[in-house]
Design a protein around this ligand. Structure first.
Ligand SMILES: NC(=O)c1ccc[n+]([C@@H]2O[C@H](COP(=O)([O-])OP(=O)(O)OC[C@H]3O[C@@H](n4cnc5c(N)ncnc54)[C@H](OP(=O)(O)O)[C@@H]3O)[C@@H](O)[C@H]2O)c1
Length: 280
């Protein structure tokens, strides 16, 4: 992808902003390569002032649409997607890829809003990673075959890697990916909160418990990465006969910890599917 790459966002809300912030910060694209259209003028003023990108009212985005090589849909599922599709059909280049951040709207539905056959233009459906400021976290991505052409793939991949890591998936796995992967940080936040509380319950000042919990979290992940070992192997190393760790593990084994976590992931996946169904 050369400097001719122009990215046009339709909808400049929270998710679009998080992506713009990361891709500018990582120098994946320059401010000149990015434009945003929104229906909210104060939102546009804010984005222009903060990121020095081109902003336009959604009624005056014809030029930006016609120059865009990648069009990003950052509106919400209940917004007027038919009008957005109509605008792209009218003013966008036929070969420009359309990348949707919209939860629950599948590629088939996107193609119908864009008024093309399912392979009528490159369409990319993304469940964006929300850890955009960290460079960590995976976005889940499904595409039609038209988006598998090498030149399109390259530009889309560069865009996506500008705000984290990427896993390409069959579209049928997008809901699973959302409930497990994209909701993933929530499980970790909850675990850390519970773990810190455990330290406080046992008598540590909260501030110290907090520091220890964060360091343990990062350190344990690093141990798994560095050693390449299964968690059970590291548990076996840490748990001496009749020791402290084994007593703790015995209690956890008898709890609902594992099944409770698994049920909550299944509930998140189920809710993702329900929400998608409500939109179609
Ligand atoms: N935030 C997340 O963590 C997250 C995670 C995964 C996926 N997503 C997906 O990302 C998309 C955006 O979410 P968000 O949280 O960024 O929502 P948001 O902050 O509400 O942003 C949507 C923006 O689009 C504007 N808009 C609505 N209709 C428009 C139109 N026809 N043309 C141009 N702009 C229009 C809205 O303006 P008004 O407010 O004035 O209507 C608003 O500024 C959603 O589809 C969501 O499913 C978000």
């Amino acid at each position: 992808m050369g400097t001719k790459q122009q990215i046009h966002f339709i909808g400049g809300g929270q998710m679009s902003e998080a992506i713009i912030r990361a891709i500018l910060q990582n120098e994946t694209f320059s401010a000149k390569q990015i434009s945003v259209a929104d229906i909210n003028p104060s939102r546009l003023d804010y984005l222009k002032g903060k990121y020095e990108i081109k902003t336009v009212s959604s009624h005056h985005q014809q030029k930006e649409l016609s120059h865009a090589t990648l069009i990003v849909l950052g509106v919400r599922p209940h917004d007027d997607l038919a009008s957005v599709g109509e605008l792209i059909k009218e003013h966008g280049q036929d070969e420009a890829a359309v990348l949707s951040l919209i939860a629950g709207v599948n590629i088939e539905k996107l193609a119908s809003y864009l008024q093309v056959d399912i392979e009528g233009r490159p369409i990319i459906r993304v469940i964006p990673n929300t850890l955009t400021d960290t460079g960590l976290g995976y976005s889940g991505v499904a595409t039609n075959q038209a988006a598998e052409v090498e030149t399109v793939k390259e530009e889309v991949d560069k865009f996506l890697k500008g705000f984290g890591k990427v896993q390409y998936l069959e579209e049928s796995l997008i809901d699973v990916f959302t409930g497990f992967g994209v909701a993933g940080p929530n499980y970790i936040y909850y675990f850390i909160e519970s773990f810190v509380d455990a330290g406080v319950l046992a008598g540590l000042p909260r501030e110290q418990a907090w520091k220890v919990a964060l360091e343990n979290m990062v350190g344990a992940v690093e141990m798994l990465r560095l050693s390449g070992k299964h968690p059970r192997q590291l548990l076996d190393i840490n748990n001496s006969p009749a020791g402290v760790g084994m007593h703790a593990l015995h209690e956890l084994n008898g709890s609902d910890f594992s099944a409770g976590l698994q049920r909550s992931v299944l509930a998140a996946v189920k809710r993702t599917t329900e929400l998608g169904g409500e939109k179609s």
